[in-house]
Each structure stands twice: as structure tokens, then as C-alpha cells.
Write a protein that binds this ligand. Structure first.
Ligand SMILES: Nc1nc2c(ncn2[C@@H]2O[C@H](COP(=O)(O)OP(=O)(O)OP(=O)(O)O)[C@@H](O)[C@H]2O)c(=O)[nH]1
Ligand SMILES: [Mg+2]
Length: 351
């Protein structure tokens, strides 16, 4: 049941740019070289060299440490994310392995600071030029090794950010009508009929699958209609484990599911097959599921009768000319959205 969760949605504009290990290494070395000797002419060369070395260690260490820290902090915090996004992230990257990568990058900033501190102490106590050079070699080598060691984690975070940027443009905090049904029954036509804007198209985590999002504006309120090509059109039992989980992530989105039935032979899917799909969706999703018969413009009376018997539809429509579709939306909103929205208002007033 839709409960208007007030949890975080991925804010794409706040996602960090994640540097590669090589970019960080170049940044580190450049920051190191940038510092130049300054100071009084009277200063002995050895003292001057120590001072320069320390300055270089401080600023290069600081540059890298702060990038690592900022990157880790800007990555979405999985436990606070909306379950729709959390499930998808888990399917694609593994929750544990994602958290581990963020933690490792975050901890690396402390490690860089510790290495810098040790290097500074070594330079301070260096008895001669040779010891300064040794401290420098040691410092640069350790930081470069550490960044190289972070390579897989940085690559992973880069993938995660790229994935999040491509995520469906759905707002899981809005009430959402998910449109399901066998291929070719008129799902996309239905979304076009009932939503104002041209549907936005976004890739689902699997390259060939997409989500189309339309919006319905009703008296200052907005709800979403989502068409899910290739997702809710065949049984879960025909899918592999990963795809099944990705499909099931939709359960966090669905406030109600409208299942379109094609009673005619037009779509090529027999009613029995459509009924099996209906039953499976009903068993796998908690959201209320209603059947709607489409293509009434070409359906024969006998075909309509059979569909009514099998599905007890709440509406009969033709998405060719949109007749009946407005009534379906009104029915779904009145029955499943308005009560939940009122309950939400009451709860807000109580707290
Ligand atoms: N006669 C008639 N044809 C319809 C109706 N609704 C859709 N169609 C036709 O059915 C075909 C499929 O419509 P779509 O809206 O693309 O169906 P879909 O379920 O989104 O199809 P997939 O995304 O391929 O699964 C198109 O050729 C439509 O013109 C209808 O109410 N009456
Ligand atoms: Mg479609």
C-alpha cells in the first residue's frame, strides 16, 4: 500500500564526480610540484629545503585527502535511500560491496593524512639532504601506492554514479499507477491517454528495459503513471534471479497496478495466458491490482463477455480514442490514493 514515504530520493545534481586512481595520482603529484621555495635569502639552503619539502607534503596531502573525503561523503547513503533505489542498487552492485567501497575511499583520506604526518616528522628530523630525499621518496611512494590500491573501489563508485545518473526519472514519493499487461495490449497508449505530458523515457538498470513516466495533474496534485515495457509483461518465473529482483523493485513504486487485458486476438496473447500473468502479478505485488479491458472498439460481444467473466474488470476502455480511460484513473485515485493521502494528512496533523 502506498504510504508516501518521506525518504531520500537520489539528487542527481549532488552526485560527485569520482576521480579515477590515475587522475588522483596526477592531481597529487601536481599539487606537490606546485609549491615553490619562498622565504628570506638569508636562510641557509638546508633549512629552506626542509621548509619547502614540508610545504609540498602538506599541500599535496591535503589536496588528495580532501577529495577522497568529499567523494565518500557525497555518495548516497544506502540505508537512507528510498527502498526502490536501494533495491536497484543492491541488485546491480551489491549493498555490502557498495558500502565497503565508500568506506574504503573515506578511510583512505585518514590514511593519507597519517602518511603526510609521518613524512613531515621525518623531514623535520632529517640530518642531511639525503634523508630529506629519502623521506620524499617514501612519502610519494606510499601515497601513490595507496591510490593505486583504491583503484577498484574508485572504479566501482564511478559505475555507481553513472548508474544513478541514468536512473528512471520517477519520484518514488509520488503516488504511482503502474501499468501492466501482456505485450501489445495497449499499455503505452493508456499512459498517453491519461497523462498530460509526453512520457519521459528512462533506462531501467537493464539496457533493453525502460520506464516511461507520465504525470497526471489533478486539482494541484500530481500523480505518476508508469509504463514498464518489458518488465510487467511476462511472468517472473520466466526471468533470471537478477531480473526478477529488478522487477520486484517496482513494488516500492506502485500505489496501484492497472492491468490491461486485450480480449481480442489482436495482441496475439490468449486470455488464459493473460490471466496467468494477472495472477502472478497479484501474488508478487502488495499494491492493489485492478483489471481493465481494452480495445472495446474492436472486441466482439462474446470476447467482452469472456474477459468480464475471467477478470471482473473495473473499466472497459479503448486506448485508441481514449474512451473510458479517464474514468479508470478517477476510480483508482478515489479508491487507492485519496484515502491514503487523507490518512497522511491526518497523521501529519497529529504529529
Ligand atoms: N483497435 C484498437 N487498437 C488498439 C487499442 N489500444 C492499442 N491498440 C493498438 O495495439 C497496438 C499496441 O499498442 P501499445 O499501446 O503499443 O501496446 P503496449 O502494451 O504498450 O505494447 P508493448 O509496449 O509492445 O508491450 C498498437 O498497434 C495500437 O494501435 C484500442 O483500444 N483499440
Ligand atoms: Mg508499450
Amino acid at each position: 500500500m502506498w504510504a508516501a514515504p518521506s525518504v531520500e530520493v537520489v539528487d542527481k545534481s549532488k552526485l560527485p564526480y569520482v576521480y579515477t586512481a590515475d587522475e588522483l595520482i596526477s592531481m597529487f603529484l601536481a599539487a606537490y610540484e606546485r609549491e615553490e621555495a619562498r622565504g628570506s635569502v638569508a636562510e641557509p639552503a638546508f633549512v629552506k629545503q626542509k621548509r619547502l619539502e614540508i610545504k609540498r607534503i602538506v599541500s599535496s596531502g591535503r589536496a588528495v585527502a580532501s577529495v577522497l573525503r568529499r567523494t565518500a561523503l557525497a555518495m548516497p547513503f544506502l540505508d537512507r535511500l528510498h527502498p526502490f533505489y536501494r533495491d536497484l542498487m543492491d541488485v546491480v552492485f551489491g549493498a555490502q560491496s557498495y558500502k565497503h567501497a565508500v568506506a574504503k575511499v573515506g578511510n583512505a583520506h585518514l590514511a593519507v593524512r597519517a602518511i603526510a604526518k609521518e613524512a613531515i616528522a621525518a623531514v623535520r628530523t632529517a640530518p642531511d639532504k639525503g634523508a630529506i630525499h629519502a623521506a620524499r621518496r617514501m612519502y610519494r611512494g606510499r601515497v601513490v601506492d595507496l591510490l593505486n590500491d583504491l583503484r577498484p573501489e574508485l572504479d566501482k563508485l564511478r559505475e555507481v554514479v553513472a548508474f544513478l545518473r541514468r536512473l528512471p526519472a520517477v519520484d518514488p514519493n509520488l503516488f504511482t499507477i503502474v501499468v501492466a499487461g501482456a505485450p501489445n495490449v495497449g499499455k503505452s497508449s493508456f499512459v498517453r491517454c491519461v497523462s498530460s505530458a509526453r512520457p519521459e523515457v528512462a533506462d531501467y538498470p537493464f539496457t533493453t528495459k525502460q520506464i516511461h513516466v507520465g504525470h497526471i495533474r489533478i486539482r494541484g496534485d500530481v500523480v505518476q503513471v508508469v509504463d514498464t515495457p518489458g518488465l510487467l509483461d511476462r511472468p517472473l518465473s520466466e526471468r533470471n534471479a537478477i531480473e526478477r529482483q529488478a522487477v520486484l523493485a517496482l513494488r516500492h513504486l506502485a500505489g496501484a497496478i492497472v492491468f490491461l487485458v486485450d480480449p481480442t486476438p489482436h495482441s496475439g496473447f490468449p486470455l488464459e495466458m493473460q490471466l496467468n500473468l494477472y495472477r502472478e502479478i497479484s501474488a508478487s505485488f502488495q499494491a492493489p491490482l485492478v483489471a481493465v479491458v481494452n480495445k472495446v472498439d474492436i472486441a466482439s460481444p462474446a470476447e467482452l463477455e469472456r474477459a468480464r467473466d475471467l477478470f471482473s474488470p473495473i473499466g472497459e476502455v479503448s486506448t485508441l480514442d481514449c474512451r473510458g480511460t479517464g474514468e479508470v484513473v478517477n476510480y483508482v485515485l478515489a479508491k487507492f490514493y485519496v484515502p491514503a493521502a487523507l490518512e497522511r494528512l491526518r497523521a501529519a496533523r497529529r504529529s
